[in-house]
Design a protein. Sequence first.
Lengths: 438, 312
Amino acid sequence: MHRKNRILVTLGLTLAAVLTGAAFAQTDDDANGAVQFNFSTPGARSLAMGGAFLGSVDDATAAYSNPAGLLQLSEAEVSVEGRRWNYSTPFASHGRFSGRVSGIGADTVSGVQLGAADAELDGVSFAAFVLPRKKWAFAVYYHQAAKFQADFTTGGIFAGEGASERRLFPVRSSYDLDISQLGLALAAKWGDVAVGLAVSNFSFQLDSLTQRYVSGTSFYSPIDFSQAIPVNFQSQTGDSEELGFSVGLRWDLGPKTSVGAVYRSGPEFDLGVRSVGGSPNQPGQTFDDTTTNFNLPNVYGVGISYRPREPFTVNIDVARVTYSNLIEKFYVIFENNASVEDFVIDDVTEVHLGFEYVMAKGPIPIAFRFGGWLDPDHRLRAEGGASELTQARLFAGDDEVHYSAGIGLIITSHFQIDAAADFSEVADTVAVSAVYRF
Amino acid sequence: MRWTTSSPAPRRASRRLRKILVALALALAAGPSAAFADWRSAFAEGIKAYDLGEWGEVESYMKKAIDEKPTATGEKVRVYGMKFERYLPYYYLGVALYHQKRCQEALAEFARSRAAGQVGSLGKSNMMRQEEECRRKLGLPPPSATPPPPPPTAAPVNRRRSSRPPPSSTPPPPSSASPTTPPRPPARPPTTQRPPAPPAFDPPSPAKDTQTTEEVKDEVLKEKLETVQERVFRPAEAWVNAVDDYLRGLGREPTWAEHYRGHRSTLNSARALATAAASEGDVHAVEEAGRRGQEALKAIQDLARKLGIRPP
C-alpha cells in the first residue's frame, strides 16, 4: 500500500474511533443530505393543480389533506391513487473544493462536481373510503408519506494544498425510506365552520448504509470500489410504528370562495444507528450502536379556493413544513471542531397554485388542470465551524419550482379517472387516480 | 465557495412565481365579495340533501333554484368536486314531495319534469315508479292507459278523464252513437252542438292512420309547447340572465328593480303554467301561457334596451 494511503487509512480509523457519540438521530452521514418526502396533498387531481387543495378539499383525499373537507361530500366515495416517482437527488460527487488541481489521477477537476442519484419507485400512494352524513363524515384512508431511495457513489473530493492537502473517503451509499400511514378521519360542522380530525398509525421503515473506502493504490488514484479498502461504515435502521394526528378547518365564504387550514403532526420513530470500522462483511470495532429518534416534520398550512366563473377554479395554498425536526437530535460523526449548530435544515414555506377548468357540456365532462409550486431548499447543509470538506459534501441546494398538469374524465356520474404529472429538477411524479361514488 | 454545477436559474424562477402569486392574490382579494347565492349553488345544495335523504331541504333548495332559473335545461351542474348532475329541479322536487307523501304536488312536478324532456333513463324509471305509486295512492289510473278518443263535440281534452273505459285503437266514426249503443257521456258538457272545428294543424299523414285522436293531440301539444318555449321562454332566459347580472353588478337596488322582478315573476309563472297545461293536455292554456310570457318578455326587453343591456 502506498505510504500516503496507509497514513490516510490509519487516520480515518483513528478519527472514526474518536468520533463516537452517545446518541444520534440524523447525522452528518452523506446519505441524509436530501431526503424527499410526500407531504403534498394526495390525488391526481390535486397533483395536477400543484398540490393546491387545502381550501377546496372536495373529494376523498380530504381525509389526509384537510379532514374538515369531508363534509362537502354527500355520497359515499372510494378513491385510489397510484404514483410513480422519478428522483434525481444531487450529491457531491468528485472534484476539488480548494487548492490547486494537481492533474494527477482523479484530481483533475476544479470545483465540486455534483452527481445525481436516480431512482424510480411506484406504488399505491393513497386510498380512502368516505361515508358522509348530514352533520358528520367519516373516512378511513391510507397514505404514503415518504417513499424515497438514493443510491450513489462518490470519488473522494480533494481540498487544501501541501501538508494540509486532504481527500474525502470515497463513499458507496444507499438510502431507502418508506413511511406510510393508515388513518381514521372524522369531520363535523359547527355553524358555517367544518372541523376535521384524523388519527393515523404511521409505519416507518428506513434502511441506509454508507461505506467509506480509501483508494487501493495512491492518494490521487481514481476510486475502483472492487480494489478499494473499506475503512468504516454507518448504518441507519428503522422499523417502528407510531401514532400521528391532524386537525383541519374549512369554511365557505360564499358559493364562490372557501378557505381551509390544516395542521399535521409528524411523529417520532425509533431509529437504530451504528458506526463500525471495516466493512459490513468484515466488521471491525463498533464505534456506536444505539437507538434514537427520527422526527417526521410537521406541516401546517392555509388555502383558498376561488371559482370566478362556474367551470373555472383557482386554488392557492401556503404550507409551512418544519424540516428542522429532522435534526432535533443531530449528532456529528466526522467533525472535531464543528458543533451541532453548524448543521442546518431550514423550515420552509411552500406556495402552491393550481387551476382547473371543466368542460361539462359533452357526454363525458373533462377537466383540464395545471399548476405549480415552490419547494424551497431543505437539504441538510454544513456551515460555520464545519470543515470545508464537510461543507463540500453537505451543501445548500436550490429552491425547486414544480410545474404540473393533468386531466380528469368523469366517465359516469359515479366514476371518474384523473391523471397528472409534476416535474421539477429533483423529482418527477406521475399519478393516476380513480374515484367511485356510491 | 464555488459550485460549478449549480445555477441561479431556479431561484429566478421562484422569484417570478412569487410575483405571480402576489399579483393573483391581490386580484382575488379585489374580486366580488361572493356572498350571494345563485341557482347553481341552490341546486347543488339540493342535490347534496337529496343524496342524504333530507327531503325537506331538497324541496326548499329546488324551489329556490327554480325561482332563479325555471327552465330545466338539463345542463350539467357541479355539485362538489367532480360530481356533476343535470339541472332537473322539477324532477328532484317531485321526488322530495313524493318522499314527504305529498303525492298530488309530486305528480305535478313530475309532469313538469317530463315536459322538459331532460330526465335520463334512470331518472325516468325512478320517476315512473314513484308516479305509479302516487297515482295508486290517489286512486288515479296509471298514465300509460291511453284514454279513449274524445267525442266529436268535446272541448279540449283533459287527461284526467282517463277514468273512462279502455281506449280503442282507432278513432270511432262520428256516427258512433248508433241506435243500438247508448252514447257515451262526454268528458265535459258539450259547449256546442256543432261539429268540432277542424284542428289548427295539418292532419296526420296516411302513414299515421293508426294513431288515436289522443295521440295526434299529444303531438300538437308537444309542438305547441316547443314553439312557445322556442319563441318565448328560451330567449327570455337570456334576457333575464343579462338583467340579473346587471343587477348584481350594480350592488344596490335601483328603482326599476321591483318592476323588473314583477315581469320576471310573471314570466316564471307563465312558463310553469305552460308546462303544467301541456301535461294536462290543454292546448289553449299553453297558448295563453305563451301570450302572457310574450308580454312579460317584451316588458323586460324594453327595460333592458333602455338600460343598454344586451344578452350575450
